[in-house]
Design a protein around this ligand. Structure first.
Ligand code: BF8
Ligand code: SF4
Length: 651
């Protein structure tokens, strides 16, 4: 890669510097591999390659008689729909398995097992219990935790038609009716995934609409799994509160033992954080100043939100953390971990430590995470990192001077506390009143990954800056939030630099009253990808306060650089929730005009939400702003009409 190519690959200066080093040592990073994959196969790119049975792959060539269908006769629309919803199934499986793991741990804590964990946030437990109908009066915390965890686990394998508890008790009445009317209300997360794999087996469903509805049902199962993962992680480890930290490769400290926590599930990473506090002396005995933990991907978000742990980098640049020569160990659990980390680690002293039975990398260290002895597992991992530190080669170190301040930790509870500083009786009205008054245009959620079809972090940053200038209140999760953290957008300085006058005034009003230790940031970091559930509770609260269903709320979502199957699942349930969803890539749906039209246009008629596929950040921003304007305008017209009607009724 040349200098110019580095600039096209990423907007992050820390990453560029490490890419130069990679070139020097002859290591091909994910950026080189992305380039080597060009040009992409058009069949795969447009979704019309079917590999669902072993007669395939069948590729659809519309003008070639016989090849305009698969060998079994499947049409383009069946193939595109099947491929799309199978991605949703993969995403839902990943998110909800994570949730199931947390729920099982809560159950074990309640049963007196898993002794290294405890119920940290009993207020949250009581709130969740009351919401889902678990009795609380006069009961022990462990009894309540037992019943809440059991209710969560029941959402995975219910055999009757009762709706999944977390969806049923969290969405608006209007959405519940919609999900029941369209038969997409799930009863069982695992059951809906299995049903969808059956539905899309060769020779089962060829109706693309029916297949898409099956996919949406699974996406709601995904939301259910995310929601209970968030709730029960808060119960186990505490509900996030505003915290100040730092982000980017400059957080790696040359004088400390550096351990990167990478993956998704807080069960192990939070334990490493807790245990590390007691193990600073062991690091000092090895000649370091102490232990420095930092995060990559969503496990990084989990420990940032609850413990203020720094962010090292996000998905696409995970290899470049190792490239600094400063990382003594990367501890990984599940999801979004590049298999290439291991071969790169061979060029350095870095130990890659896998911890989950379903997520191993050949040649790396495997310390199977054992919930019964979680603290001991965490200690063993830290000791390996300390050993590794002793082998660090000073000649291979490349310091990065890039790091930015981060203000994060905005759970829904923390956001409501902020709004309550202005209006304690009705906190959410602070946000909805500002929209009604036109001070802010609406709310945008930024979520999702990095995708090297574009420039790393560029879409994230450019869209957010433009939305800020247009007075949009922004919340973020996942690698999107990490992109903002790395670039300094989760700060008060960013408000000064980028917010429009309305957003600035709004944030100032809250900031002055709330009197936090830190200033309010431009974008409110709500957590990991499963914490997109927090953004749905924001949407639901707004809808209820405005007296409308969710499709009428000026609320949009954007995954500026989506990559994973989980992102597809999240985008799909946002659409079912009635939200316009921008994605910064063209999804492989264009091979069927019908399916592409359904997901980008017709979906709006049924659910109110739809996908906007737009890789160009300028156009993407314009489309998001147009969707917000349209909703805000309709909201105003409708509420004026309602007021007029009520006045004439009263006469
Ligand atoms: O669950 S945003 S690259 S780390 S999939 Fe993965 Fe995408 Fe990052 Fe978080 Ni979410
Ligand atoms: Fe081909 Fe049909 Fe098999 Fe798909 S399911 S690979 S279209 S024969």
């Amino acid at each position: 890669m040349s200098e110019m190519e580095f600039e096209k690959a990423t907007v992050d200066p820390a990453a560029r510097a490490m890419m130069v080093k990679a070139k020097k040592i002859g290591y091909l990073t994910t950026f080189d591999r992305a380039k080597a994959q060009e040009p992409r196969c058009n069949f795969g790119n447009t979704g019309i390659c079917c590999r669902i049975c072993m007669q395939g792959p069948c590729r659809i060539i519309p003008k070639k008689p016989g090849a305009n269908k698969g060998i079994c006769g499947a049409q383009d629309y069946t193939i595109v729909a099947r491929n799309t919803v199978r991605m949703i199934a993969g995403g839902a499986a990943a998110h909800s398995d994570h949730g199931r793991h947390i729920a099982t741990t809560v159950l074990h804590v309640a049963e007196g097992k898993a002794k290294d964990y405890k119920i940290t946030d009993s207020a949250k437990l009581l709130k969740v219990a009351e919401r889902i109908g678990v009795a609380t009066a006069g009961r022990q915390i462990n009894e309540i935790a037992h019943d809440v965890a059991t209710a969560a686990l029941n959402d995975f394998g219910r055999l009757d038609d009762a709706p999944c508890t977390w969806i049923e008790t969290t969405v608006t009445e209007g959405r519940k009716r919609k999900f029941k009317d369209t038969t997409i209300m799930p009863s069982s997360i695992n059951g809906s995934i299995a049903e969808l794999l059956h539905q899309t087996h060769i020779g089962v469903d060829s109706d693309p609409i029916n297949i898409i509805f099956g996919g949406l049902k699974v996406s709601l199962g995904d939301l259910d799994g995310e929601y209970l993962a968030t709730d029960l992680s808060d119960v186990l480890f505490g509900t996030p509160q505003p915290t100040v930290s730092e982000a980017n490769l400059g957080v790696l400290d040359p004088e400390m033992v550096n351990i990167c926590l990478h993956g998704h599930n807080p069960l192990l990473s939070q334990m490493v954080v807790d245990v590390a506090r007691e193990m600073q002396d062991e690091a000092k005995a090895a000649g370091a100043k102490g232990l420095k933990l930092s995060g990559i991907c969503c496990t990084g978000n989990e420990v940032l939100m609850r413990s203020g742990i720094s962010i090292a980098t996000n998905f696409a640049t995970q290899e470049l953390a190792i490239m600094t020569g400063l990382v003594d160990a990367v501890v990984v659990d599940v999801q979004c971990i590049m298999p290439s980390l291991r071969s790169l680690a061979e060029c350095f002293h870095t130990k890659i430590i896998t911890t989950m039975p379903i997520s191993k990398i050949p040649g790396s260290y495997h310390f199977e995470f054992d919930e019964e002895h979680a603290a001991a597992s965490a200690k063993a991992i830290i000791r390996l990192a300390i050993e590794s530190y002793k082998q660090r080669d000073p000649n291979k170190i490349s310091l990065s001077d890039q790091k930015n301040k981060v203000v994060a930790g905005f759970s829904m509870e923390a956001l409501l506390d902020l709004f309550a500083a202005v209006n304690p009786e009705n906190p959410i009205s602070v946000l909805t009143d500002a929209i009604k008054a036109g001070e802010i245009k609406g709310v945008a959620v930024f979520a999702g990954c990095n995708n090297l079809k574009g420039t790393h972090n560029e879409n994230h940053l450019e869209i957010a800056k433009r939305m800020a200038a247009a007075d949009v209140f922004m919340v973020g999760t996942g690698c999107a939030s990490q992109a903002y953290a790395m670039a300094g957008l989760l700060t008060g300085e960013a408000v000064e630099a980028y917010a429009g006058p309305g957003l600035k005034a709004f944030l100032k009003r809250i900031g002055v009253k709330a009197d936090l230790k830190a200033e309010l940031p431009l974008i409110f970091h709500m957590g990991s990808c499963v914490d997109n559930s927090r953004t749905i509770s924001l949407l639901t609260l707004m809808a209820n306060e405005l007296g409308v269903d969710t499709p009428e709320v000026p609320f949009v979502a954007s995954a500026p650089e989506p990559m994973s199957e989980k992102a597809v699942a999240i985008g799909s349930w946002f659409v079912s929730m009635g939200v316009p969803v921008h994605i910064g890539v063209i999804a492989p749906t264009t091979g069927s005009e019908l399916v592409h039209g359904v997901v980008t246009r017709i979906a709006e008629d049924v659910f109110g939400g739809y996908f906007i596929m737009e890789p160009d950040y300028r156009k993407g921003t314009d489309k998001l702003l147009a969707a917000l304007d349209d909703r805000a305008w309709k909201l105003r017209i409708r509420s004026e009409a309602r007021a007029k009607y009520a006045a004439s009724e009263a006469k």
